[in-house]
Design a protein around this ligand. Structure first.
Ligand code: FE2
Ligand code: FE2
Length: 263
């Protein structure tokens, strides 16, 4: 099977890019499943039922998230009632929502995929439970149900991301990083069969600073004063990666970065 993972969707430009480009990408890569990180889909901060619905309607099967999870209060609705929405696994167990799920793959019909969303701890807030230990436990449970497992590791430090993926090599089909909004060029398949990319990048306006207007971000660095970071507008690009997975073994056979312009 072939899946597409889409890096952090930023604001309306990001949502529009997914809508516009997904039909073409689905055809071009013969995609069976599409996952997207949606933590910045509502005005660049957080996610709401409305922005999630837009992303699902565009053809995304499952939405993952990260540290911007709580930026919109409406997220509580998603956490409580939307099975296709995941939040990082390593929050305290009593909070609503879930960090993993098993989903049916569109084709072939008898396949299922386990998806896991985990957040890093190095240079990240808030300090969550150990992602390595919790992910290993969760993967063990998921492997009883399916061999095809995808992990979105939402983290800042490249060392933590690589170590985490190496730790899970052979246990999952792919680990792809999110959060930095900068696509890395280190796609590879580890010896155990786990596809890896440190960061998928972001889907949204690239004429800016990580999807936001340039001027207020520069001003904040110059003055130290808080600024309003509006979502930027121009050079909208979809970032992500396509992973090909052997249905029988769950091992990745190919990983290819995606960087698709809207114009
Ligand atoms: Fe993000
Ligand atoms: Fe993030």
């Amino acid at each position: 099977m072939k899946l597409l993972f889409i890096g952090d969707i930023v604001g309306q430009p990001g949502r529009n890019a997914v809508k516009t480009l997904l039909p073409k990408l689905r055809k071009q890569h013969a995609l069976d499943f599409i996952i997207a990180n949606g933590e910045n889909s509502a005005g660049g901060s957080g996610i709401t039922p409305k922005t999630a619905e837009e992303i699902f309607s565009a053809g995304v099967d499952v939405i993952t998230s990260g540290d911007h999870l709580w930026d919109q209060k409406e997220v509580m609705e998603l956490l409580a009632g939307e099975k296709r929405f995941l939040r990082p696994l390593n929050y305290p167990p009593e909070i609503p929502g879930r960090g993993s799920g098993v989903f049916e793959v569109r084709s072939p019909a008898d396949l299922t995929i386990g998806i896991l969303n985990v957040q890093g701890r190095t240079f990240m807030q808030p300090p969550l439970d150990n992602p390595f230990l919790l992910a290993a436990e969760e993967v063990k449970k998921l492997r009883e149900l399916t061999k095809i497992i995808f992990v979105d590791f939402h983290a800042e430090a490249t060392s933590e991301k690589i170590a985490f993926a190496r730790f899970l090599d052979g246990q999952v089909s792919a680990v792809i990083g999110t959060h930095t909004h900068v696509q890395t060029a280190d796609e590879q398949i580890f010896p155990g069969g786990t596809a890896y990319l440190t960061d998928a990048g972001f889907t949204g306006p690239h004429e800016g600073v990580l999807g936001r207007e340039i001027e207020p971000v520069v001003k904040k660095f110059l003055t130290g004063m808080p600024q309003r970071f509006e979502v930027a507008k121009d050079r909208v690009i979809l970032h992500g990666a396509v992973v090909e997975i052997n249905d029988a073994t769950g091992r990745a056979t190919k990983i290819q970065r995606v960087m698709e312009n809207t114009i």
